[in-house]
Design a protein around this ligand. Structure first.
Ligand SMILES: Cc1cc2nc3c(=O)[nH]c(=O)nc-3n(C[C@H](O)[C@H](O)[C@H](O)COP(=O)(O)O)c2cc1C
Length: 238
């Protein structure tokens, strides 16, 4: 059901894209903003005994989050990669990263691209991610982990984008050799779930141990604590 819901939505997007393309009204750079992000180095929380890291990507952290807008999801911002808690807006994966941190004490690292994405959901990011995925266009990153050797377990958390990981995750796996570490994948999505991403990660990091993944539906993120706790136990992290 959920997969069908996303597919019909995606098809509507493709149709819309074709129509605007025919009208000569779109170009691929519409999905990027002019904002260049400062290069930063992550050195952990200061507790060098901490062996668990959550490395996550969220659209919310990679755009002007105050300006995220969607005509299609105007009445339901949760569908546009935004969850509202107590009147405050968060990226779906910001919430999941925080829940995992509370349950494991993990350090938390946000994967940031060097150029921000457009806050326009429908014609901006959705189209940009589609063309980037088709072209295998890996964005440069702005945030970098200096002390990756400190961690033996990396929980990789990402939104499913066009049935795959965001291309920024491919840049991430290019940047770090995670040989010998345990990688535990988590995806939030509008229904597609992990798709083939666990196998993809195994190929990208052939000398790591990649656990069973966890898929969380986008409107369940706030209430995902129990599922996360069960999964952490199952894969032997906690
Ligand atoms: C560019 C883009 C592509 C998406 N593609 C899919 C998809 O293929 N399947 C799906 O179920 N959800 C898809 N979604 C929905 C997101 O996976 C979902 O909203 C996720 O929870 C967003 O997490 P975030 O707020 O941390 O970025 C897509 C969202 C965006 C912005």
């Amino acid at each position: 059901m959920r997969l069908r819901r996303f597919i019909s939505c995606a098809l509507a997007t493709i149709t819309l894209f074709s129509l605007t393309a025919c009208a000569g009204g779109t170009n691929s750079s519409k999905g990027m903003s002019d904002v260049t992000v400062e290069q930063t180095e992550f050195t952990g929380s200061g507790n060098t005994d901490n062996k668990i890291l959550v490395a996550y990507f969220s659209y919310f952290d990679n755009t002007d989050s105050e300006k995220i807008n969607s005509k299609k999801y105007a009445d339901s911002m949760a569908s546009a990669s935004v969850t509202v808690v107590d009147g405050k807006r968060y990226g779906n994966n910001d919430i999941v990263a925080d829940i995992i941190k509370q349950q494991t004490g993990a350090d938390v690292f946000s994967i940031l691209t060097a150029q921000q994405y457009s806050p326009d959901y429908d014609d901006g990011i959705v189209e940009q991610a589609r063309t980037d995925g088709q072209n295998k266009d890996k964005p440069e990153l702005a945030s970098h982990i200096v002390n990756i050797e400190q961690y033996n377990t990396i929980i990789i958390l990402f939104p499913t984008w066009w049935y795959d990981m965001p291309m920024a995750m491919y840049t991430f796996f290019d940047e770090y050799d995670l040989s010998g570490k345990t990688i535990a994948p988590v995806a939030t999505s509008g229904g597609s779930g992990l798709v083939d991403t666990v196998d993809t990660i195994k190929k990208l990091e052939p000398n790591a141990t990649v656990t069973e993944g966890l898929a969380i539906y986008q409107t369940d993120v706030v209430n995902s604590g129990t599922a996360i706790a069960e999964w952490l136990g199952k894969v032997g992290i906690k």
